[in-house]
Write a protein that binds this ligand. Structure first.
Ligand SMILES: [Zn+2]
Length: 278
């Protein structure tokens, strides 16, 4: 009898775990990330009524790097400001999208929840796990981390990456090594992407990762072919702008966010693709 109750508890806990991504509104990721178990349990969705739209004006794809105290680096954002920005998104009804939702919008014009935004975090810093992940989890926001598998062990561990994936963050490839791919041949670029794909498959169980982010946003005329050959369907750049229906999915523009982007500039960057330079 005791054994049966334990078994029931075990099954119930597993079901809760597997339903997790659905709760966070990122259930489409389970299909993408080839975790068949996650689709097995249907979870009742939150009651919020969300209108679906095809935003003609485009979608801002926010680009974050490190979250922390370094003041002299443009690419860094203080924890306090980052938290305020996420709270702003929550309080103002923004809906962070998964990569899959963004891809369906860009390539097919699929509808997305109103006030869409995409949250991307490059490089896989230790604070992506210690600060970003808990905040996104708290708000139920989808987010994507682009990691360099060759750097795992220096800032993040594979265990932390696996935990973030389990907690519904999308883990994607930023190249095995963080190199300027625009300096490389098609074969060399392919190898850097493929090696990253293989590491994600082996270590995190993502054997059909389709999302890539070019390190430094650096590309040349071979980059798209190399990415395609490695199974990539969509790639982020560092050039500024919003993503639109019909864009080349291998050239997704993003919105820079760092310390200079205070709440006022943040709001502007969410409201118009013609935001001011700072
Ligand atoms: Zn990077």
């Amino acid at each position: 009898m005791k054994r049966i109750s334990l078994l029931i508890i075990a099954i119930a806990s597993m079901a809760l775990l597997m339903a997790g991504c659905g709760l966070f509104g990122a259930d489409t990721d389970s299909k993408n990330q080839a975790n068949a178990g996650q689709t097995a349990v249907q979870q009742e969705k939150p009651k919020e009524k969300v209108n679906l739209v095809t935003p003609k004006e485009g979608i801002p794809v926010l680009m974050y790097h490190k979250v922390g105290p370094d003041k002299d680096n443009d690419a860094v954002i203080a924890e306090d400001l980052f938290r305020k920005q996420m709270k702003f998104l929550k309080d103002n009804g923004y809906h962070p999208l998964t990569m899959e939702q963004l891809y369906a919008y860009v390539t097919k014009g699929d509808k997305v929840p109103e006030k869409p935004v995409v949250l991307t975090f490059d490089d896989g810093y230790a604070d992506t796990y210690s600060i970003v992940y808990p905040v996104l989890k708290e708000y139920g926001f989808a987010g994507t981390v682009f990691i360099n598998p060759g750097d795992i062990g220096t800032r993040l561990t594979w265990d932390q990456v696996r935990e973030m994936k389990k907690g519904c963050m999308t883990i994607a490839n930023h190249g095995f090594n963080h190199v300027e791919m625009g300096q490389l041949s098609e074969q060399e670029q392919y190898e850097n992407i493929k090696k990253g794909q293989d590491a994600l498959a082996k270590e995190v169980g993502i054997d059909n990762n389709m999302w890539f982010c070019f390190p430094y946003g650096d590309t040349n005329e071979y980059s798209q072919a190399a990415a395609k050959k490695a199974g990539i369907k969509m790639a982020m750049m560092m050039k500024s702008g919003w993503a639109h229906e019909g864009d080349n999915p291998y050239n997704i523009l993003r919105v820079w966010v760092g310390n200079a982007v205070d709440l006022q500039h943040f709001e502007e960057r969410l409201n118009t693709m013609h935001y001011s330079d700072i």
